[in-house]
Design a protein around this ligand. Structure first.
Ligand code: DGJ
Length: 749
């Protein structure tokens, strides 16, 4: 009853649209990165096309395609199919930016409450612009690139009834098959409006079976990959903790059920944001699947006065027909080259020793120096003094006091930090002439009630009127939405870095946000935090900054713009780490992962794993380090450490710059393996693990990927062997016990 007449009407209307605009208008640089044909828009990458159009009758934006490259003839293809069904047409279309309240009962990409109380919006196409390059996102982290790297299409939409304008911004990085979208909402009327929901990316997939893949976990169990079938109805995840969190990462992949690591189509959506977020996947009654990713609507309620604008964070969407591995590699390359701004993005990551698991809070000037001295003997190049060095009136000798008071503890450091920093930076690493560098831990977004700062500024801590301020780890969160708090943090950290030769900062964040003054405070906090990150990293570009949030609680692209590496997890058990690091690599480049060799039995799991396996797992991270007290190592372990450091230094340039192939996954195999190939293909390093002994059973061959089949390679100096043989037949290694590992070096002849 509802189906047939509307279908005919729509077909006629859309056909007219197509016939009316036959000739393609190429983007200004004459590339085909953005092609506009009348009111059909196509973004083209090397292996991807993304197409949508304006419905000429209604002015709504309709989605056509996000997948393999189109050749242009799609413009003459039959118009959008009008499905039959009970809901109105809007609910049956594939909509490019679904607004709320006009008969589309799926989750909207935008919901705005007007002063009268309506939440209906009626956004219609108005005009568009094509821009070479990519404009910055005001106040938010974002991918960047020059005119040769990226082209941007901005589509302007307008609601005539409310005078609300929305600009959808699409940037295509053709070499990465990546489309980056953000949306901004401007109140062009005279009365206040409230933005209640705003997605950065939304896409309606055609009818096809899809799986969704996400990264879930908890503290010390981050980034566990979960794959499930997309079912009818809604399914999703997100964070309402005020930060991206350990619980769910702001990343979603969709793939066909038959897609594997190396074959099939996969789509990745990665939100460049550190705050609360939400991901929704909804398979509607007609079988179309909508994917939405953006700000968490429960923590938005963003009021816009006349003339004001809210800009969403951006979401990077990549497409691959080379499986999930191809999707990851596109994201890795894009993030290494066009997100991480630090000069250390792909270079110079000194092997470090972090004091946390070795000494925890229990140190003073002489014991911490002793630790640095022992580290230098082993060949460590950067010594990091973790938590416990500060607090004057309320010394930080446990997690009960001191946060907020960033002055050295006078009992532990009577002359301040300078003498220690001087002594440590006078040390030489191993038998080399390389001077040791000094790094320090801070957690500037927090305050302990036991601190001078809290005594002076109780109102700076997040709180909701009279409600009790719930402490977590004995601490409260400072409200970075307040400019005076931002300025305080900038000043104390800048003073600290100016005070002595500190070349590395580990920036920690150890609790969630509750009792906030308003839902919108969450996003305001993020804008304030990004201002602090931006100011400090711009002022101290020579400092190597590491992000941390009780491990990988803020492993997200927002942090990566400013900090080139992130502490991946507080779980340093190497078996757990294989899963965590492989999982994290789904969206993030290995160059960004901090990974340390720690003592056994492991502090988190009580497990004892051989030092070689522990070292091999850790050197898959871009920032390799030790986190132990060398004085407590067994003699045979201690003897192995310098060799492991040397190996880590040898493979590190390939880890930092290369392409990663996850050859076998830890959740699927007893023999997980990964291959990293340098950008020029001349060198590669294979990491191959046996988790458990497999008595009287053959071990599988490991078939490599990504090599040149015609080229010859040496394998740990042996061979040469052809790329074809290494990929089609592979290599075999056998181990006779639990936790066997090999790091194998390949060189093209
Ligand atoms: C949590 C971090 O993840 C640890 O590495 C360590 O820095 C502690 N905080 C210190 O309090």
């Amino acid at each position: 009853m509802f189906g047939s007449s509307t279908r005919t009407a729509l077909a006629a209307a859309s056909l007219l649209t197509v016939l009316g605009h036959k000739s393609a208008v190429m983007a200004q640089d004459n590339s085909n990165a953005v092609v506009v044909d009348g009111k059909t828009f196509v973004l083209n990458g090397d292996n991807v096309s993304y197409q949508f159009r304006v419905n000429e009758t209604s002015g709504d934006l309709l989605s056509d395609h996000f997948g393999g490259s189109l050749d242009g003839s799609m413009f003459d293809a039959p118009p959008v199919e009008a499905l039959g069904g009970w809901v109105g047409l809007n609910g049956r279309f594939r909509r490019e930016f679904p607004d709320h309240g006009r008969g589309d009962f799926r989750i909207p990409a935008v919901r705005i409450r007007q002063s009268e109380g309506y939440t209906v919006t009626d956004l219609r196409y108005q005009s568009h612009d094509v821009i070479q390059g990519k404009p910055e996102l005001p106040g938010l982290p974002a991918t960047h690139g020059g005119e040769d790297d990226v082209t941007t299409l901005v589509v302007h939409m307008f609601d005539n009834y409310s005078s609300i304008a929305v600009d959808l911004s699409y940037s295509i990085f053709p070499k990465y098959d990546a489309i980056v979208r953000s949306a901004n909402v401007t109140n062009k009327g005279t009365k206040n409006i409230t933005v209640e929901a705003l997605s950065s990316f939304s896409f309606d997939f055609p009818v096809e079976d899809l799986d969704m893949i996400s990264l879930n976990g908890d503290w010390a169990r981050e980034a566990h990959r979960q794959r499930r079938k997309v079912e009818y109805g809604t399914q999703g995840f997100g964070s309402s903790t005020g930060f991206s969190s350990h619980l769910h990462n702001p990343f979603l992949a969709l793939a066909h059920p038959s897609t594997t690591e190396s074959q099939g189509e996969a789509w990745g959506f990665s939100l460049v944001y550190t705050g609360s977020f939400s991901v929704d996947v909804e398979k509607g009654s007609q079988g179309l699947t909508r994917a939405l990713i953006g700000l968490n609507p429960n923590q938005l309620s963003w009021q816009l006065g006349a003339g004001e604008t809210l800009t969403s964070p951006e979401c990077v969407a990549v497409y691959s027909d080379n499986g999930i591995g191809g999707m990851s590699r596109s994201l890795h390359r894009l993030y290494r080259n066009h997100l991480i701004k630090s000069k250390f993005a792909i270079s110079d990551r000194p092997v470090l020793l972090n004091s946390w698991e070795g000494l925890y809070f229990d140190y003073n000037e002489s014991t911490i120096y002793q630790l640095a001295e022992e580290s230098a003997t082993l060949g460590v190049k950067l010594f990091v003094m973790d938590d416990g060095w500060f607090g004057d009136k309320y010394p930080r000798t446990s997690d009960n006091a001191g946060l907020g008071d960033w002055t050295p503890n006078p009992e532990r450091f009577p002359e301040g930090l300078s003498p220690l920093v001087q002594d440590v930076t006078d040390l030489k690493a191993g038998n080399t002439s390389t001077k040791m560098r000094f790094g320090i831990w801070v957690e500037p977004e927090m305050v302990n009630p036991n601190s001078s700062l809290y005594r002076e500024h109780p109102d700076w801590a997040l709180h909701a009127g009279p409600y009790p301020r719930t402490e977590q780890r004995n601490q409260l969160v400072l409200n970075l939405a307040l400019p005076e708090v931002q300025d305080y943090i900038i000043k104390v950290i800048a003073d600290l870095l100016d005070s002595s030769d500190i070349s590395y900062v580990k920036w920690d964040f150890n609790r969630a946000m509750h009792e906030t003054p308003s839902p919108s405070n969450d996003h305001a906090y993020m804008l304030g935090m990004y201002r602090v990150f931006d100011t400090l990293t711009t002022r101290f570009p020579d400092v190597l900054w590491e992000g941390c949030a009780s491990g990988g609680g803020r492993f997200d692209p927002g942090v990566l713009e400013y900090f080139p590496q992130i502490w991946t997890s507080d779980d340093t058990d190497a078996l757990e780490r294989v899963t965590i690091q492989f999982g994290t690599s789904l969206a993030y480049p290995p160059s960004a992962m901090g990974a340390h060799l720690s003592a056994v039995p492991n502090a988190q799991t009580g497990r004892t794993i051989p030092v070689t396996f522990r070292g091999h797992v850790a050197m898959m991270g871009g920032s390799f380090g030790l986190e132990l007290n060398p004085a407590e190592l067994h003699e045979d372990e201690k003897a192995e450490v310098p060799g492991l450091i040397a190996l880590a230094e040898k493979v590190n340039p390939i880890i930092l710059t290369g392409d990663m192939y996850r050859l076998r996954l830890p959740e699927e195999s007893n023999w997980p393996a990964a291959l990293f190939i340098s950008p020029d293909g001349a060198q590669a390093v294979l990491f191959y693990f046996q988790l458990r002994a497999n008595v009287n059973h053959a071990t599988p061959w490991i078939r490599l990927q990504g090599l040149d089949p015609q080229a010859k390679y040496t394998v740990d100096g042996k061979g040469p062997y052809s790329g074809a043989n290494l990929m089609n037949m592979g290599l075999q290694y056998t181990f006779d016990s639990d936790f066997g590992s090999e790091v194998v070096f390949l060189e093209r002849q």
